[in-house]
Design a protein around this ligand. Structure first.
Ligand code: MV4
Length: 445
């Protein structure tokens, strides 16, 4: 087992990893930017190294700075968390070369899923269902028009380097094809320095259902059931739950098997998530694979009663999985509490937290790095806490969440708590009939 893990991240996830390391008897190193000196991840780690100024590019995104911290602290493993360098294949490669274990998949596994066209080709070979579309890249408008005509409108253009909805355009009619392709390519070029596009049939009002998997170094890949992440706004998830209200045991088995096929096809090691679009006929299609631990991993932890960070560390150290899949025995919901004003287009609301009281009680969990007297810096993601509830049924879980939200006191900054309070009373949410279009029709009162 590792002796010392360096956590190449900040905020709640850094703290989350530190907690598990402590329980496993592993010593911890936090890295932090000058803007994060007062964060709890710095306080609770055994050692902490300042790696630069507030700017992410010069701190949490700097491979050089992180490796310098690994070198001076003599850490034998690095946990990347999510975001920042978590899916940076070059970083995983530098770790491999330096001889420090990157807790996650290899550089080549990250690369095979980072490029969307390659990922899709890999899934086709593995017999995982994908959305009908172009066979690889669409090189010209003329070629794109031909393919679109064949599969039928609406279609969606996607950047192969894409992510977070960038470089993506829906086309409803051939008259707008050229215009939309130009725009998507410009955006992709500016965001990723790569304007390679591909095309798919546009699935209308899908659900976003993802399967958690984990693979070990011995060729075992198992699934840990699904999370429903359909409630999103501008590609930012707001709430996640497990099980999905749309799921049944038959579909779960089919999607779980597909996710395992996806993992096995690249010999996957570590925790990963296979994202699917699911249409109203319960047909599912591979969307992308995330080669990291995700923000919403706690809902899975709550329903299968396992610590996913511990599982990640164990497989990274070479331990073998039992080979069994995991099925939900409870219901869990996570509300993302962001320093944003939901009444003003969710604009960021960083600053001084004058008062902070977390909800408590049976089935209530709060993952956060903040506290009363802490200032939320304006430089990073606006998520300041995750409120996770679990109960026997979805109905009870929603009631518990509603109660917990009412107990949450955060003063000094605006947060998404009022949004979630209204969501817990929303008829459509209560019915479980939620698709990725949900937020377009939602009005905050
Ligand atoms: C799609 C789609 C419909 N049809 N692909 C959004 C982000 C990127 N990862 C892929 N996305 C989508 N791909 C086809 N063929 C709809 C979306 C999409 C979406 C997906 C999941 C969650 C929220 C979404 C919001 C808008 C569009």
């Amino acid at each position: 087992m590792f002796k010392k893990v360096l956590i190449a991240n900040r905020g709640e996830i850094a703290l989350r990893v530190i907690r598990t390391c402590k329980e496993m008897g592993i010593s911890t190193v936090a890295v932090y930017s000058k803007a994060d000196k007062e964060s709890l991840h710095v306080r609770f780690a055994d050692e902490a190294v300042c790696i630069g100024p507030a700017s992410s590019a010069e701190s949490y995104l700097s491979i050089t700075k992180i490796m310098a911290a690994v070198e001076i602290t003599n850490a034998d493993a690095v946990h990347p968390g999510y975001g920042f360098l978590a899916e940076n294949a070059d970083f995983a490669e530098v770790c491999e070369e330096y001889g420090v274990k990157f807790i996650g998949p290899s550089a080549s596994m990250i690369r095979s899923m980072g490029d969307k066209i390659t990922a899709k080709e890999t899934m086709i070979k593995a017999k995982v269902p994908v959305v009908p579309g172009s066979d690889g890249a669409v090189k010209t408008v003329k070629e794109g028009l031909k393919i679109a005509k064949k599969i039928g409108y609406p279609i969606i253009l996607k950047a192969t380097a894409g992510g977070g909805g960038k470089g993506m355009r829906i086309v409803y009619h051939e008259d707008e094809f050229e215009d939309q392709m130009d725009r998507a390519q410009q955006e992709a070029s500016a965001s990723f320095g790569n304007d390679t596009m591909y095309l798919e049939k546009f699935i209308e009002e899908p659900r976003h259902i993802e399967i958690q998997i984990i693979g070990d170094q011995h060729g075992n890949v198992v699934h840990l059931s699904e999370r429903d992440c359909s409630i999103q706004r501008r590609h930012q998830k707001l709430l996640e739950e497990s099980p999905s209200p749309f799921m049944d045991q038959k579909l779960r088995k089919k999607m779980g098997e597909a996710a395992i096929k996806a993992g096995k096809s690249i010999n996957y090691e570590g925790a990963g998530t296979v994202e699917f679009l699911v249409d109203k006929y319960r047909k599912f299609y591979f969307m992308e694979m995330n080669t990291r631990i995700q923000v919403e991993h706690p809902v899975t932890e709550e329903v299968i009663n396992r610590d996913l960070i511990k599982e990640q560390i164990k497989v990274a150290a070479g331990e073998e999985l039992s080979g069994e899949n995991y099925y939900p025995t409870l219901h869990s919901i996570e509300c993302r509490i962001n320093a944003e004003d939901p009444y003003h287009d969710f604009r960021p609301s960083p600053g001084y937290i004058s008062s902070f009281h977390s909800p408590k009680g049976h089935g209530v969990r709060v993952d956060t790095h903040v506290y009363a007297g802490y200032s939320v810096p304006p430089y990073y993601d606006s998520m300041i806490a995750k409120l996770i509830c679990k109960a026997e049924t979805r109905e009870e879980c929603i009631k518990k969440m509603s109660r917990a939200l009412d107990e949450f006191i955060i003063e000094g900054i605006k947060t998404t708590v009022p949004f979630h309070q209204q969501l817990m009373k929303d008829e459509r949410f209560l019915s479980g009939n939620v698709t990725t279009k949900f937020m377009e029709d939602f009005e905050l009162k």
